[in-house]
Write a protein that binds this ligand. Sequence first.
Ligand code: N2P
Length: 357
Amino acid sequence: MKRVVQALAAAVLAALALMLVTTSLNSSQGYAGGNTIILYNWGDYIDPDLLDEFYEETGIKVVLQTFDSNEAMLTKLSHGGTHFDVAVPSEYAVAKMMEQGMLLPLDHSKIPNLEHIDPRFLDMPFDAGNVYSVPYFWGTVGIVYNPEMVGGKTITRWNDLWDPELRNEILLVDSAREVIGIALNSLGYSLNDTDLDHLEQAKQRLIDLIPNVKAIVGDEIKLLLAGEEAAIGVVWSGDAYSVLQENDRLDYVVPEEGSNLWFDNFVIPVTAKNVEAAHEFINFMLDPEVAARNTEYVGYSTPNAGAMELLDEEIVGDVRFYPPPELTARLEVYENLGKQMLAHYNKLFLEFKMHGN
Ligand code: N2P
C-alpha cells in the first residue's frame, strides 16, 4: 500500500508539472520553437529521466503532452493548435493519419537505430516499408483480476465479465474500440466489424454489463487495481505488467474468445516545426540501452531486439507480455475503418457511457 501512496503522490506531482507545461505552451501559442520538440504521447508511457538525458546529450528540450486514447489524440491533432513534432499513434490511427495526409515521411538515414527493431515488427500492413512510422511498444488488451476478490474463480473469457457475482467490480479503460471490442469479442464478432446491427448488439451487451462496471478510467486504473479497489480491470498489457509488479496476488489473461493485438509507433506530423530534432529524438529512443530502460520503466513490451537482449529473461520470457507468434495468431489488429465508422464507434461508446444518466 505504501508504494501505492507514493505512486499517488507522484501522479499529483506529474499533474502539476503538466499544468506548468500547458501554461508555458499557451504563452507561446503551442509552438515551442528553438531547440525544443513537443512530444504527444500516451500518459505514463516514457521514462522522464530519458528526456533529461536526451537534453544533456543534444541540447534539445522535450516538452511532453499526453493523451489517453487514439481518438483523443486524433481529435486534437486534426484541430491544429499545438505543433507536435512527434506523436505516438497505434497502427489503425497511423493508417488514418496517412490517409489524411497528416504525416511526414521519415528519413531513415537519420534513424540508424531502426536496425535494432526485430523484423517481426517492421514492414507491417498498415505502413509497408515503415515510410511514416517506427515501432515504439506493442501488446494486447486483456483482463487483470484478483482471484481472491472474485471468490477463487478463474477468469478466462470476456463472457465471464457478465457474471452477476461481479457486481460493481470491473474497471474499464476509457477508450472506444477497446470497450466496444469486449462486447464484439464476447458475441463472437470481429474487432473490425462494421455491420451496424452487430454494433448495436454490442452496445446493448455493454449496457447489460453496467451493473458490474465500477468505473471507466484513465491511467489511474493501475493504482486502483494494485490497491484492490476493484477485483477486475480491462487494460492494455503493459499496464497489467505494472500492476502485477505492484501486487503479485493479481493475474493477467488474454481472453479465449480473442482480443486486440496493437502496435504503437513514433510518427512526425506534417505540422512539426523541428523535423531534424524529431528524427534525432526517435533515433535516441531506439538505442537498445535507452529502449531497455524505457521498457523497465513503463512496463510495456519492446519491439527492440537489442533492448530485449539487455532485459531480464523474467521479463522477456513471460508469454503473457511477450506472446510468441503462435499465441498472437488468434488476436486481431485494429484496422482503419474509415472516418464514418470510427465516428460511429465513438458515438456508441458515448451512448454506453451516458446510459442511465
Ligand atoms: C499507456 C497506454 C498504452 C497504450 N498508458 C496502448 N496502446
